[in-house]
Design a protein around this ligand. Sequence first.
Ligand code: MCA
Ligand code: AMP
Length: 490
Amino acid sequence: MATARDQLLGSLASRGDRLALVQDETRWTYAQLDAAMRSWGRELRDAGVGRGDRVAVLAPSSPQLIAAMLGTYAIGAIWVPINNRYRAAEVGHILEDAGPSLLLCDPGLRGAVPATNTVAVRGLEDRPAATLDIVPLPDDAPAMLVYTSGTTGRSKGATLSHAAIVEGIAALTGLWGWSQEDVLSLQLPLFHVHGLCIGVHGSLLAGMSMLVHARFSARAVVDDIAQHGASVFMGVPTMYTRLLAHLDANPSDAASLRAARLFTAGSAALPAADLEAFERHTGHRILERYGMSETLITFSNPLAGERRPGSVGREVPGVRSRIVDENGAELGAGVVGELQVQSPAMMTDYWNNPEATAASFDGPWFRTGDVVERDEDGYVRIVGRMSVDIIKSGGFKISAREIEEALLLHPAVAEVAVVGLPDETWGERIEAVVVLAQPLSDAEATLVAHAAASLADYKKPRAVHVVDALPRNALGKLQKVALKHQLLAT
Ligand code: MCA
Ligand code: AMP
């Protein structure tokens, strides 16, 4: 039987003249994508990249990027996508941790590559046609490292194997009825699993066409559906907030959205009010699902059947789950506890980080860190997170510690606490509370600019509060939950 990777790559040529990718004037059939995959594989192999080596990429979404990823798979190398909002320190961390042999970098993003970088850098232009034999690879070989933030400051690379991605995504898209009749409006970034694994791999496995966008715009969603036949749109909740604002300003566009088949949401909680408003405007009830970079998508509302507002639905086929208390004892329906999962799409490990890998499992169970409650009929609601140090803003996972560490490097900052506060557009909004070591004029603007100099734009605090002291308990431990409540009360 063909391995998962060979199933994915082998399907390209067999789909021949079907349309695979569209971006602006570029329109590639599956046969052209197969050819581009081979050109890239050859290019990478000739550059000395071999099986198990890493190929990092820092570039906006494009057909070439997708072909380069498939070419990387073809030679048995490992794809390492880097968030293209990252600054030099964040990019440098991934380059150091993943140790790639090559960095594929868009010229416009070269400024984000650290000056000290020693990894060879190439662009993502068209490559000449070439033949390529696809190297044999076992199913459990790593396909990609997806860097994701945790409670510690620096991001960790979740290693996803070919089998994990193909099995996990095929189960999901089967559940959602994706078929070669579908056209995906792909506006999510391709450095996270939502856009890359569900979007790109899901579409390729189902033989769909993808309308690829380098960035999100509500107008492009409408145009994709009205003019280019898109039938499926996937977004983070912030994208739906933006779509709703667009429909308020352009009510006649709601009729265009009705023509789509399926809207899905995930990566953060979709407010029930947005689900209902979207349904009022378009007749579509958004299908919400839940997942993590480490496990891929583990819960989903159904295609047919009840899509429950405020719930992420039931387990995706092949997934097992339990809800436990702080001692690891399993809890029943209606009781809030930590969600733990087993998934066919589980990561192999955190790259080069056995301690973090060990800490994230309880035997076969992956500790999600999400606090949830299960209804009697198996539907799960995400209630919150165990750690206040993880923030989700606009679908991006952010470590409060990383921002605190950046702010502490300013000489005027003695102590700092960063928290995520509820926000209608972003889900959570980053705010910082600081104790100054010395007077600082225009403290808020100065410290926001200081953070923005070393961190991606979406990580900068949207407010900085200067206080005399941070709330601490008798042992001197920072009381972040109390601090959040104080901020919310003011
Ligand atoms: C942009 N801005 C943000 C964010 N994005 N602020 C907070 N949080 C954000 N996520 C700020 C910028 O700093 C800037 O502010 C202003 O918004 C406009 O920037 P722009 O680049 O124009 O924004 P945008 O292009 O409209 O971006 C919004 C976005 C983007 C499209 C919602 O955040 C996005 O692509 N999110 C998707 C993330 C994602 O794919 N997550 C999936 C993770 P200023 O000018 O002040 O700097 S995978 C996952 O979670 C699991 C597996 C799962 O379940 O899916
Ligand atoms: P990431 O590390 O970016 O893959 O983020 C995974 C996290 O996103 C999960 O642990 C959840 O906290 C959050 N998440 C994903 N989907 C949902 C959802 N539908 N509702 C609430 N939170 C979600």
